[in-house]
Design a protein around this ligand. Structure first.
Ligand code: GLC
Length: 730
């Protein structure tokens, strides 16, 4: 079949005029005007390859009819939409999905999203977003899988499998698009669209691996970022797009620009005008221009003038036609919803609930405050605007999310409390951004009456996502002040935080008895949070990103390099502990901040459970391995509590000495395990080139002989350690 696709692509291309070829390279936004006149003309004339933002299936079918039955060559359309973490049914934001550390659930969620979206005519999504991000000021961290390349790569692969399935031509499968190529998560100051300046070592060992994994997984498309990458915008970056992605990695899919990013090359100051922008983008390897007309207006004349070779156009068009053949659009361009594969609503519901449940991370639970004992509870105060915000709990990038399907925490707690306990509710504020305190009296009155209080804190969906960055990532408004007021009551105070990013929780973390970080958990936020609060399930989420103590620590991440003066407990002095007239050299001379130390408030991989897990007996076999021989690192994990629970067992590695400095730890494996009370299991990870290799000074990928340390545990601070050696060849 693949050969026939290439033959069919070649045969069709040979029949196309230059204008028709350039037409395929244009993606037009349907938007509010739906089938607007320009779009109708372009479809009829065969001058459009893709439409985005049309999800009315009748309109989509009419667009396809115009393209297929009225244009000269009848080439069907790619119908694109941002289906980022669900379509009508919304799953947790990707950062929350990452906290579940479950590729299987992420894949299932993407499959359901594809089933729902394809019924509306969508056959291409701009997802997964696999930008590694270590800066929670950046609003788009919400769409990412967090700070780690390995976790991001595994979950990006899973999303691609979920959307695309085994066969792109199968009904219900949609093309995936990995974005934003590359290092968009490293924008300066965490400010969206800002320049990035990522050195080659970090580019190849941190930001590129998830994209290489997505390409190896067969992702259908790649989207370069808006960003200026060290002076060359990604949209016109030939070394990255043409040389690395296409020539070195062999990617033969579609490279679609981001929204109008071709014309933005002139705004960057990289080109004189749209004509030059069209030339630079096409030469760099961009196949399709999203919502811009630089290609349409200028590529024909650029080819005629010999400034752009027609072979460059042909390469772009081949990629587009190849994807359309792979999607089966020439055989079946129209969508017939009743003929689509069945969507098991019960299974969809179970997946949405399971993913939301496992995405929540228990960060504090003093005196076993949680779970709440339903049988002993007479009344529960449920406070804060996010307790009952059906739209907000869906998070950012949910164009088609149906808030009518949402079950809020307030609703779920009321349902759970029926015939058991009263729920006393006040939103306190209209939004979390409010600085008003006039709602405090009512909140305190309800909390005083109740046996316990669940205070919903955080930020609404609008405070994260594209272009929604924050220089201070504390709780907005007067939320901290209310925590302190409620703390004075001396009654059990549980915080549930919804947000699209890590927040600096330093001011409240010791003021609450328990804190559950829920991100934006999607449609079934309520049942998931209620089940966790009431002990129907034990929290099992683990942080996919470090939580700073204060914003000044950013970028802060676990897989840092050691430096020549690494921090140590004895070398750290707090600003409040500095003696008067302290001599200059009297403080620790190492890598830390006087007012924050060096560690985050909560580290990558961290998360509590109602159960208790202990690790023992770590081994590396063999202890000395020939180059290329696998090493198996294993350990026993036991649930020593009386509560069943799931644990995410994590494996970290350090390459002690290498030709470039290597991180003090890197995640290289993980497994989610269910353990009954008293149950234990032996978990092993096989280490080979995929885990041990890195890009060296020459940027070539290699494994180097020498000593490695491995840790297995429940967070990036795992203590159980073993060493092994890789022997030099020969
Ligand atoms: C946006 C985003 C990109 C999205 C595209 C289409 O600006 O950067 O992630 O897929 O435009 O909506």
């Amino acid at each position: 079949m693949t050969d026939s696709i290439e033959a069919r692509v070649g045969a069709l291309l040979a029949r196309m005029s230059l204008d028709e070829k350039v037409g395929q390279m244009c993606q037009i936004n349907a938007g509010e005007a739906r089938l607007h006149e320009h779009l109708r003309w372009a479809l009829h004339a065969g001058r459009v390859g893709s439409v985005l933002n049309e999800v009315d299936v009748e309109t989509v079918n009419e667009m396809q009819r115009l393209a297929v039955e009225e244009s000269r060559l009848g080439i069907p359309l790619l119908i694109a939409r941002d289906v980022i973490h669900g379509f009508s049914t919304v799953f947790p934001i990707p950062l929350g999905q990452a906290a579940a550390w479950s590729p299987a659930l992420v894949q299932d969620a993407a499959r359901f999203a594809a089933l729902e979206a394809s019924r509306c005519g969508v056959n291409w999504t701009f997802s997964p977003m696999i930008d590694v991000c270590r800066d929670p000021r950046w609003g788009r961290i919400a769409e990412s899988f967090g700070e780690d390349p390995w976790l991001t790569a595994r979950l990006g692969e899973a999303m691609v499998r979920g959307y695309q399935g085994e066969d792109l031509a199968a009904a219900g499968a949609i093309a995936a698009c990995a974005k934003h190529f590359v290092a968009y998560g490293a924008v300066e100051a965490g400010m969206d669209y800002a320049a990035t300046a990522v050195p080659p070592n970090e580019m190849h060992n941190v930001h590129l691996p998830p994209f290489h994994a997505a390409v190896e997984e067969g992702v259908a498309a790649i989207m370069p970022s808006f960003c200026d990458l060290d002076g060359v915008p990604a949209t016109a970056n030939r070394p990255l797009v043409r040389d690395l992605l296409r020539d070195s990695w062999g990617f033969d899919g579609v490279v679609v620009s981001d929204w109008d990013s071709v014309r933005q090359l002139a705004i960057h100051g990289f080109t004189e005008d749209d004509r030059a922008s069209a030339r630079e983008a096409a030469e760099a390897g961009i196949s399709m221009e999203m919502h811009g007309d630089a290609f349409a207006c200028h590529l024909p004349s650029l080819v005629a003038a010999g400034e752009v070779a027609e072979e460059t156009i042909d390469e772009a068009v081949r990629a587009i036609l190849r994807l359309k053949f792979r999607l089966g659009l020439f055989e079946q361009p129209y969508v017939d919803p009743p003929a689509m594969p069945p969507l098991d609503a019960g299974e969809l519901h179970r997946t949405a609930h399971a993913l939301a449940l496992r995405s929540c991370v228990l960060l504090r639970n003093e005196h076993h405050t949680l779970p709440l004992q339903r049988g002993q509870l007479r009344s529960l105060a449920v406070l804060g605007p996010l307790a009952d915000a059906p739209g907000e709990q869906l998070g950012t990038w949910i164009f088609d999310g149906d808030a009518g399907r949402s079950v809020t925490p307030l609703q779920a707690l009321r349902d759970a409390g029926a015939n058991a306990f009263d729920v006393l509710h006040s939103p306190v504020w209209p939004t979390t951004r409010s600085h008003a305190t006039d709602g405090f009296a009512e909140a305190v009155r309800l909390a005083a009456r109740a046996d316990a209080t669940v205070l919903f804190l955080g930020e609404e969906a609008i405070l994260s996502g594209e272009a929604h960055c924050r220089a201070d990532i504390g709780l907005p408004g007067a939320q901290t002040a209310l925590v302190r007021r409620l703390r004075e009551l001396g009654k059990p105070l549980i915080a549930v935080v919804m947000a699209g990013r890590p927040l600096t929780l330093t001011d409240i973390i010791d003021e609450v008895d328990a804190l559950l970080f829920a991100w934006h958990p999607g449609t079934l936020a309520g049942p998931a949070i209620a089940d966790l609060l009431l002990g129907k399930a034990s929290p099992s989420g683990k942080l996919p990103v470090s939580f700073p103590r204060m914003v000044g620590q950013i970028p802060i991440y676990y897989s840092r390099r050691n430096t020549g003066k690494p921090p140590s407990p004895e070398s750290i002095v707090h600003i409040d502990d500095i003696d008067a007239n302290a001599p200059q050299l009297s403080l620790g001379m190492s890598a830390f901040h006087l007012d924050a130390g060096h560690a985050p408030l909560f580290p990558f991989g961290y998360g509590l459970s109602y159960a208790h897990f202990e690790y023992a007996d770590i081994r590396a076999e063999p202890a000395s391995a020939a180059m290329g021989e696998p090493v198996v690192v294993s350990a026993t994990v036991a649930n020593t509590s009386s509560v069943a629970g799931e644990e995410v067992v994590q494996l970290y590695l350090r390459d002690i000495v290498a030709s470039v400095t290597r991180p003090v730890r890197e995640l290289k494996g993980f497994r989610r395990l269910h353990l009954a009370p008293g149950e234990s299991a032996r978990v092993s990870f096989e280490l080979g080139p995929q885990q041990l290799a890195f890009h060296g000074r020459d940027l070539e990928r290699r494994v180097e002989a020498g000593e490695f340390h491995a840790w297995i545990g429940g967070s990036s601070e795992a203590a159980l350690q073993v060493a092994f050696r890789v022997l030099a060849e020969g």
